[in-house]
Design a protein around this ligand. Structure first.
Ligand code: GLN
Length: 198
């Protein structure tokens, strides 16, 4: 069975564990370096990327995770997790680092302070014809994508229409929104498919 680790230093870990199990994978918490060896793929939850970055380094996870990602381990990052996977950040903290791998530039808290959170139905071809309810909470958007990055979804209405909010680059997947909180597990199922098909 495919064993997917959920980075468990901070953020909404439990929701991702449940979504992965519902979508048919074995899901385990990753909090210690030796656990990084035991997983086929990684999910990085939403939370606060500046805190997650500090804790990942404090727990000795930064190097092992970077190494496995560099070797091609599949990973999915949601919101703060998207920031953790991005090669470049705008509006990050001065000393903020990322695990990297995704050739994108993300803008933290991109939707502005007034727009703390909002929801929208997104049409994402990779997930089928049914729209997906996307929940955005102090979300980043993708400011720039490299040539090998596929854009999976953009905001469809309002002042941010057209902004990129879901991307894939080979085994790496990231969304600005939180599919783990809606009960619709198609994003997790899609990721599990990416992991199994390679
Ligand atoms: N604003 C947060 C950050 O910069 C992300 C918010 C979230 O994950 N819901 O990390």
């Amino acid at each position: 069975m495919t064993r997917i680790g959920v980075l468990s230093v901070q953020g909404d870990v439990r929701e991702h564990l449940q979504a992965l199990e519902s979508a048919g994978a074995e899901a385990i918490r990753v909090r210690r370096p030796e656990e990084v060896e035991r997983i086929d793929a990684l999910v990085i939850p939403g939370g606060e990327s500046t805190v997650m970055d500090k804790l990942v380094r404090a727990f000795g996870l930064f190097e092992p995770l970077r190494e496995r990602l560099a070797q091609g381990m599949p990973a999915y990052g949601s919101c703060a997790g998207m920031i953790m996977l991005a090669d470049r950040i705008e509006d990050g903290r001065a000393d903020q680092q990322t695990l990297g791998g995704l050739d994108i530039t993300v803008r933290r808290n991109a939707f502005g302070r007034q727009v703390d959170s909002f929801e929208e139905d997104l049409h994402i071809r990779a997930l089928g014809p049914q729209p997906l309810r996307a929940v955005f909470i102090r979300a980043p958007w993708v400011e720039h994508v490299g040539a090998s990055v596929e854009v999976l979804a953009r905001v469809e209405t309002g002042p941010a229409a057209g902004r990129i909010v879901a991307v894939r680059q080979g085994p790496l997947l990231a969304t600005s929104f939180h599919p783990e909180v809606t009960g619709d597990h198609r994003v997790h199922a899609y990721f599990i498919d990416v992991v199994r098909r390679g």
